[in-house]
Design a protein around this ligand. Structure first.
Ligand code: NAI
Ligand code: MG
Length: 369
């Protein structure tokens, strides 16, 4: 049978290996029950790779990532490797992947499952049915601009400097990602900056508008100052579909949006790179959480963040939107049935392990298909 493409799985460390077992279960289900198969590769990343090969990511694994249509990563790091020098720490494996795959667009969805509406700090009617996505520029802006540094002035006082820099091409390519994604969702993009006080914001607004007018006229585009956007996110988040913004504002807005919907164990993410001639983008999918050493090896971790990351891979790398919808729905149904891992436990619900949560989601898929 023809496969849908190449998927590289890097479980990493700690709960990364546990949650990835549940993804494998779901991948097996798609192959058996839906005839949706991937050419699967496995690799080591982070501490696991340090233990086996002395480096957090080998050239061979990097080559597999370059060939893959998508990389699915668990999490890296843990106390065992904390005392290593920064240059050889587990996190360097992740940084290498992001850098060499050229992943400049970070996608962070904020979805609210009906069953978890009460877990939000906001009123149920504000978050019920929420499904928005923040596209954050990841490799430019004030975190990388020069000049930067701390300097001592002639009078002896000190000055810290960081510079917000964006080029036309850096803005256009992330705008294209946002419009591409919006075309597969609610067809609405809100671009956010501070064009009222920053020249880089003026250019941002002009270039996003340019991409819209020349390439994505049928997608709705609006502009919103970032401070207002922060307000609107907590006042009426359902007005948004896709928000595209720079590295700094995106860092803040995506964390705020994530918390509209609750626990770290529920949050997926994707990072995308440039499109090739066929429109295919390099891509890496991973949960927002880390390796959670405090609960690692105890079959307690919530696998949903990683399962939803796989669902994003289905949607955005393999063009399997219907299959992604199935998985999202199966997660919704299991939560509605009252099953909870410890991190999302609520009164009156049934507390289950990582593996029982995974098995239950597969059974829910069975019922839907
Ligand atoms: P963390 O996200 O691993 O854990 C924070 C807290 O959330 C812990 O109490 C943990 O038990 C809980 N938690 C996280 N994911 C969960 C899940 N799926 N289900 C249930 N509970 C969950 O962040 P922390 O503790 O700051 O870092 C631990 C290690 O992970 C460090 O070595 C850090 O460098 C690494 N890390 C790796 C990341 C990655 O690979 N992308 C991201 C963040 C941290
Ligand atoms: Mg942040």
């Amino acid at each position: 049978m023809a496969t849908k493409g190449k998927l590289l799985i890097l479980p990493g460390d700690g709960i990364g290996t546990e949650v990835m077992r549940e993804v494998r279960r779901v991948i097996d289900w798609y192959a058996k029950k839906r005839g949706v198969e991937f050419a699967l590769e496995d690799g080591l990343a982070g501490g696991a790779s340090i233990d086996a090969h002395g480096v957090p990511l080998t050239d061979a694994t990097m080559a597999l990532a370059q060939e893959a249509d998508a990389v699915l990563l668990g999490a890296v790091g843990g106390p065992k490797w904390d005392s290593l020098p920064f240059a050889v720490k587990p996190e360097r494996g992740l940084l290498r992947l992001r850098k060499e795959l050229g992943l400049f667009a970070n996608l962070r969805p904020a979805m609210c499952f009906d069953a978890l509406v009460d877990a939000s700090t906001l009123k149920p009617e504000i978050v019920r049915g929420l499904d928005i996505l923040i596209v954050r520029e990841l490799t430019g802006g004030v975190y990388f601009g020069t000049p930067r540094g701390i300097e001592t002035l002639p009078d002896g006082s000190r000055r810290g400097v960081n510079t917000q820099v964006y080029t036309t091409e850096e803005i256009r390519r992330v705008a294209r990602v946002a419009f591409d994604i919006a075309a597969k969702r609610g067809r609405k993009v809100t671009s956010s900056e501070k064009a009222n006080v920053m020249e880089s914001g003026i250019l941002w607004r002009e270039e996003v508008t340019w991409v819209h007018d020349h390439e994505f006229k049928d997608i709705e585009l609006s502009h919103m100052y970032a401070d207002n956007c922060a307000m609107q996110l907590v006042r009426n988040p359902k007005q948004f579909d896709v928000i595209v913004t720079d590295n700094l504002f995106g860092d803040i807005l995506s964390d705020a949006a994530a918390m509209l919907t609750g626990s770290l164990g529920m949050l997926p993410s994707a990072s995308l790179g440039a499109a090739d001639a066929k429109g295919k983008r390099k891509a890496m999918y991973e949960p927002v959480h880390g390796s959670a050493p405090d609960i690692a090896g105890k079959d307690m971790a919530n696998p949903i963040a990683t399962l939803l990351s796989f669902s994003m891979a289905l949607r955005y790398s393999f063009d399997l939107g219907t299959e992604a919808d199935l998985l999202d729905k199966a997660v919704e149904n299991v939560l509605a049935g009252g099953l909870r891992t410890g991190d999302i436990m609520q009164p009156g619900m049934a507390k289950v392990s990582t593996s029982v949560m995974g098995e239950s989601i597969v059974r829910a898929l069975d019922k839907l298909a």
